[in-house]
Design a protein around this ligand. Structure first.
Ligand SMILES: O=C(NCCCCc1cc2cnccc2s1)c1cc(-c2ccc(F)cc2)cc(O)c1O
Ligand SMILES: [Mg+2]
Length: 221
């Protein structure tokens, strides 16, 4: 049967990127998506903003919701300190299979744990299955109407600590209006919009960076 777009993307990576060189894999995917076939990676423009947030937070524990082909997974993992860990969740097994190969081609598999399944099922298992106490950084890039319920779930499970950073892709296109309203409305959330463009296009999109206030915030002093 006809190959899938992620499979064609992987073939392009194997042909044009150097094994063990994450930047060459990132560049190959950007070239493929800009000049051959559009795909929903965070892309180079928003990717630069993602990089700057990762460097600023220098997280020990990162959760990525939505792996797709592993593009943002690599952008994050290549910047992690030794011993820091990235757990990334992907719902679609075919995409997960491509992502594993992309991440391996970049030589980043030892920094990344890719888990297949839905965030609603997996987030409650983070402690028992992955020994995670809390996340320093969460990159939200999965179903847009799941950003808010999953954020509430992480709050309720105590998976966010004071200063944890949430970085959400696509808050304009396709959009996550309920999530935006939530993180922007609470006076104690420190939320900021980084205006950019939908990957590989001139359409407006952006990333919302929200610093979690700590469980006690919002209650009376
Ligand atoms: O849907 C998008 N990403 C989500 C895929 C969700 C699959 C998963 C669900 C799930 C549940 N639990 C755990 C893991 C996961 S992974 C998406 C779409 C566009 C886009 C598409 C067309 C268009 F015209 C304009 C923008 C751009 C983007 O940057 C995107 O990220
Ligand atoms: Mg996205």
């Amino acid at each position: 049967t006809r190959s899938s777009r992620p499979q064609r993307m992987l073939a392009h990576v194997k042909r044009h990127a150097a094994r063990g060189d994450p930047q060459s894999v990132i560049d190959a995917i950007d070239y493929f998506c800009r000049h051959k076939e559009w795909a929903m990676n965070v892309g180079d423009e928003k990717g630069t903003i993602l990089d700057s947030v990762v460097c600023e937070v220098s997280p020990g524990a990162v959760l990525e919701l939505g792996t797709y082909c592993g593009y943002s997974t690599m952008r994050i993992a290549r910047l992690l300190a030794p011993g820091a860990r990235l757990i990334t969740l992907e719902f679609n097994p075919a995409n997960a299979a491509v992502a594993r190969q992309v991440i391996a081609w970049a030589g980043l598999e030892h920094k990344v744990q890719l888990v297949e399944g839905s965030s609603g099922d997996l987030i409650p298992q983070m402690r028992e299955k992955f020994g995670i106490d809390s996340f320093d950084l969460v990159f939200l890039d999965h179903w847009k109407d799941w950003y808010l319920p999953d954020t509430r779930l992480m709050e309720e499970l105590g998976l966010l600590h004071k200063g944890s950073v949430l970085l959400a892709d696509n808050v304009i296109c396709p959009g996550a209006p309920e999530y935006l309203a939530y993180v922007r409305s609470s006076p104690r959330y420190d939320s900021r919009y980084f205006k950019s463009h939908l990957e590989y296009t001139y359409v407006e999109d952006g990333l919302e960076k929200s610093v979690f206030p700590g469980a006690s915030a919002g209650s009376r002093p």
